[in-house]
Design a protein around this ligand. Structure first.
Ligand SMILES: Cc1cc2nc3c(=O)[nH]c(=O)nc-3n(C[C@H](O)[C@H](O)[C@H](O)COP(=O)(O)O)c2cc1C
Length: 220
C-alpha cells in the first residue's frame, strides 16, 4: 500500500491520456526503465538505411532470437519496408563514442538518402547477409526475420529475428560467455532522447530458494 504521507504522484490511465502529447511520450517512455541503444541497418538492395531503436528485447537464447517493436505504418517506415522486402536486418550496439551520430538517424530522411552518409557512419558488409552493419559498432548482430506479429492494441509490429551471425570485440568476451558491456562503453537510453553510460553494481550468484545470494564480483 502506498503511504499517503510519501511524495508519490499518482496517475490513472485516463490521466496519462489527458497529458500533453510530448509530456505523455516522455513520461511513458521512461516507465520501463533503461533501454538498450541500437542502430538497425537495412537495405532495399539499393539504398542503405539506419534507424535508432530502443525496443530491442531478448526473446530466447536457444535458439537465439531477438525482438523489436516498430511503430505504426502511418508514415513511410523504411526499416520495416526493407525488412519485409529482404527478410534481413542488422542490430548494432551504440557506444558512448558515437551516440550523437546514432541519434541523428531518427530524423526523417527521404528514402533516397542513406543515413550512413547523412550522419557519417561507415557501412560494412559480411559475406553472409545483404543488410549493412555499422562498422563502428562493437556488437554487430545479423538477423533473418522469423516472424512479424501485429500488436493490435496500438497498431505496432513485433519483429522477431533469428540471430544468424554475431561480430563482437573479442577482448570483451568472458570465458563463461558474458560480454563486458562497460569495457565496450555500450550506451543505454531513457525516454526518447537521453543517453546513459550505465554503471555496474555487482554480479550475483544463481538465485536458489535455500541459499542466500552471493556477490560474485562487484564494482566497489
Ligand atoms: C532514442 C530513440 C529510440 C527509438 N526507438 C524506436 C523503436 O523502438 N521503434 C521504432 O519504431 N522507432 C523508434 N524510434 C524512431 C525511429 O528511430 C525513427 O522513426 C526512424 O526515423 C525510423 O527510420 P526509418 O523510416 O528509416 O525506418 C526511436 C527514436 C529515438 C530517437
Amino acid at each position: 500500500m502506498i503511504d499517503s504521507s510519501n511524495d508519490f504522484a499518482f496517475f490513472t490511465h485516463d490521466d496519462l491520456l489527458k497529458m500533453d502529447k510530448l509530456q505523455r511520450s516522455n513520461f511513458v517512455n521512461c516507465l520501463s526503465g533503461y533501454k538498450s541503444a541500437n542502430l538497425v541497418g537495412t537495405t532495399d538492395g539499393r539504398i542503405e538505411n539506419l534507424a535508432v531503436i530502443s525496443s530491442v528485447v531478448h526473446i530466447g537464447a536457444n535458439p537465439p532470437f531477438l525482438g523489436m517493436v516498430l511503430r505504426p505504418h502511418t508514415v513511410p517506415r523504411h526499416t520495416l519496408e526493407n525488412i519485409k522486402q529482404t527478410g534481413q536486418y542488422t542490430i548494432n550496439a551504440i557506444d558512448a563514442s558515437w551516440y550523437e551520430k546514432a541519434h541523428q538517424t531518427a530524423a526523417r530522411y527521404p528514402k533516397e538518402v542513406s543515413e550512413f552518409d547523412a550522419v557519417a557512419l561507415t557501412p560494412w558488409y559480411s559475406q553472409g547477409l545483404i543488410a549493412p552493419y555499422v562498422c563502428e559498432s562493437k556488437i554487430k548482430i545479423g538477423l533473418q526475420v522469423a516472424e512479424i506479429t501485429p500488436i493490435h492494441c496500438n497498431n505496432t509490429q513485433l519483429v522477431v529475428g533469428k540471430i544468424d551471425e554475431v561480430y563482437v570485440d573479442a577482448h570483451a568476451i568472458a570465458e563463461d560467455g558474458m560480454l563486458d558491456l562497460p569495457v565496450m562503453d555500450i550506451a543505454c537510453i531513457s525516454g526518447l532522447d537521453t543517453y546513459h553510460r550505465p554503471q555496474m553494481l555487482a554480479r550475483l550468484s544463481y538465485a536458489k530458494p535455500d541459499t542466500p545470494t552471493k556477490r560474485l564480483s562487484a564494482n566497489s
